[in-house]
Ligand binder design. Structure first.
Ligand code: SF4
Ligand code: SF4
Length: 79
């Protein structure tokens, strides 16, 4: 697993899909939101953000969100 806890603030999401594109590019070498491990969907004009079970918490999608809809914090190290 990765080093981060990922936090979402859906009210700031614009639906730009940069997060999905970054994840799919990194892990599948294609720009294809449908294979990303983060899922951004719309219902009743509100955006919803979720992660698949395969998400490894690497935090790369957070780094590509320009709108502060995603944030990350370092996981506490096991002692
Ligand atoms: S944390 Fe990493 S693996 Fe998970 S959705 Fe974001 S980029 Fe993909
Ligand atoms: S979470 Fe950020 S990068 Fe992803 S669609 Fe929403 S605004 Fe865009």
């Amino acid at each position: 697993m990765g080093n981060y806890n990922i936090h979402v603030a859906t009210e700031r999401c614009t639906g730009c899909l940069r997060c999905e594109l970054a994840c799919s590019d990194l892990y599948t070498k294609v720009f294809n939101p449908s294979v990303a491990m983060i899922r951004v969907t719309v219902s009743d004009a509100d955006w919803d953000i979720s992660f698949t079970d395969e998400c490894n918490d690497c935090g790369v999608c957070v780094d590509h969100c320009f709108y502060d809809a995603l944030e990350k914090s370092e996981k506490e190290q096991e002692k």
